[in-house]
Design a protein around this ligand. Structure first.
Ligand code: BTN
Length: 272
């Protein structure tokens, strides 16, 4: 496979210049002007033994991937497309909240860079103005974990394809001024690094509190969609210790739903 690195040095050096001290993330930073998918490449690197903390950033992706076999639109220099390779020595159940935790890290990074904090549509879609701002795709390969994050940075509404245009937004649309992808990348790597240290230490109380504040579904009606096509409208009332969504049925019963079990359709016209 051929990966283009030409022209990428400036962005890579800008990120490195802005990046503060981190324990792990960004130790080994690779920048590509164009790549198929930063997650796919990070998984290849993981299998080849690349060190923990390797980060792959791209100016555009020709085959950006989302959850549920979806594509992630990744136009040239309009978004931040980043994957981090981690090798946590933790039992699988301790890794379950990692995508939700990455959502909180993304909120921190956007707040630091733009002065405005996104919300999180449960389980882990960063949203602004009721539309999807970012996507997070966590994948495991062997013992490695690849955390992929895409953020819409400078797209105008016309840059989104018609099928997502009514559900998507970008930072420039929401904050009304240009946002530096390098500054956002550096803040995101710092926030992911803090999150990863907390995950390893099992010290997630502050992240759970942030998640509960950031979650835009709480107190609102949500429709639960099961894989078998079943639908149920309930009220989202809380987030449990494992980042599950606590819902109350119209008959007053409370139960917790897990992200693998159902999709949630919220206010925003899109289904995660
Ligand atoms: C989703 O919302 O379904 C998740 C989208 C994840 C997109 C990011 S962009 C960087 C990384 N590389 C990929 O191919 N996907 C993730």
């Amino acid at each position: 496979m051929v990966y283009t690195a030409k022209g990428g040095m400036a962005v890579k050096e800008e990120i490195q210049a802005l990046l503060g001290p981190t324990a792990v993330l960004g130790r080994n930073l690779l920048y590509f002007e164009e790549i198929r998918s930063t997650n796919t490449y990070a998984k290849e690197l993981a299998r080849e033994g690349a060190p923990e903390g390797t980060v792959v950033v791209a100016g555009c992706q020709t085959a950006g991937r989302g959850r549920m076999e979806r594509t992630f639109q990744s136009p040239k220099e309009k978004g931040l497309y980043l994957s981090a390779l981690l090798r946590p020595d933790l039992p699988p159940e301790r890794l379950l909240p990692v995508t939700a935790l990455a959502g909180v890290a993304l909120c921190e990074a956007v707040e630091k860079t733009c002065g405005v904090r996104p919300g999180l549509k449960w389980p882990n879609d960063p949203v602004m103005g009721g539309r999807k701002l970012s996507g997070i795709l966590t994948e495991m390969t062997g013992g490695a974990l690849v955390l992929g994050i895409g953020v819409n940075v400078s797209q105008s509404l016309e840059d989104f394809s018609p099928d997502v245009a009514s559900m998507a937004t970008s930072l420039v649309i929401e904050v009304g001024h240009p946002v530096s992808r390098a500054a956002l990348a550096a803040s995101l790597l710092e926030a992911l690094d803090r999150m990863y240290q907390a995950l390893l230490a099992g010290d997630l109380a502050a992240y759970l509190a942030s998640y509960r504040r950031d979650c835009v579904n709480l107190g609102r009606r949500v429709q639960l969609l099961s894989p078998d096509g079943g639908r149920e409208t309930v009220t989202a009332v809380g987030i449990d210790e494992a980042f599950g969504l606590v819902v109350r049925t119209d008959s007053g019963q409370e139960r917790t739903v897990c992200s693998g079990e159902v999709s949630v359709r919220g206010l925003y016209g899109y289904v995660e």
